[in-house]
Design a protein around this ligand. Structure first.
Ligand SMILES: [Zn+2]
Length: 266
């Protein structure tokens, strides 16, 4: 029996071992030994041990409103930054724990009748007063490599680190297919029309509760320009002269690398 994994968060900060950033990314930093957090602890949950591609193992997630002093050998790091220290499996499990924790923290009362919610079946919350079931919130978003021969269209959000460009992305709206969302987002953000998109893959992205669905789409018409104000710059980049790109943990980077290698599906 695997020892329980303890995911200890404060806001988006995760408590991990100091040595997690040394050398190769590792899984050895888990489980974290539970701390005496009773005084500062706001919420403690069991993370449901089910999930596609995840090992079924006991896990608990804890949230402290204010980060207490870390014990010797540990530090608080932003979950996004922790991606550099965790392997893909550990990062997925950390993200899953954080998403459940954050959802539970922000859904303490039933949206139908206002009564306090309680843990229900399979990780859901159930209202003891009206029986309404509440499920974790997931927000699908499309993320797209628009390509034209040896060029790729990348955009720059003002919140990006200096010099970084990435693929265009946006949330799917109610009543919309993934494919329709691709066409709408590229049109809204860059005033460009694309061919029918080709599916690449997907990635859970716990910032805060997205499911990123990646596509390739060939350019059809239009000169890219920041159309709706979301991007401060958007344009074509040649395969041999790409700007600073997102980190290797992101599906954006996987999409770009796949295109750079010339391995497009379809
Ligand atoms: Zn209710």
């Amino acid at each position: 029996m695997t020892a329980p994994a303890w995911w200890i968060f404060s806001g988006r900060k995760l408590l991990i071992r100091d040595d997690a950033f040394e050398g190769e990314r590792r899984t050895g930093l888990l489980p974290v030994v539970p701390l005496d957090l009773d005084a500062s602890l706001e919420l403690r949950i069991e993370v449901p041990p089910v999930g596609l591609g995840l090992r079924a193992e006991p896990a608990q997630a804890l949230h402290a409103p204010e980060p207490p002093d870390p014990p010797p050998g540990f530090q608080w790091v932003e979950l996004r930054a922790a991606a550099a220290a965790l392997d893909d499996d550990a990062f997925r499990r950390a993200g899953r724990a954080w998403q459940f924790l954050e959802w539970r923290r922000t859904h303490r009362f039933c949206g139908v009748c206002g009564a306090p919610t309680a843990p229900g079946p399979r990780g859901a919350l159930q209202c003891p007063a009206c029986d309404h079931l509440h499920f974790p919130r997931l927000s699908p978003a499309v993320i797209v490599v628009v390509h034209r021969g040896d060029e790729i269209m990348l955009g720059r959000n003002p919140a990006f680190p200096e010099g970084m460009f990435s693929t265009l992305a946006g949330f799917v709206e109610p009543g919309e297919s993934l494919e329709a969302a691709v066409h709408r987002e590229i049109r809204e953000e860059a005033d460009v029309e694309v061919a029918p998109p080709v599916y690449f893959g997907s990635q859970p992205w716990p910032f805060p509760h997205s499911l990123m669905v990646g596509f390739f789409a060939e350019w059809r018409s239009g000169a890219p320009r920041p159309a709706d104000g979301e991007l401060e710059a958007v344009g074509w980049f040649h395969r041999s002269d790409l700007p600073r790109l997102p980190g290797s943990v992101s599906i954006a980077r996987h999409l770009i690398e796949r295109w750079r290698e010339g391995l497009l599906p379809g």
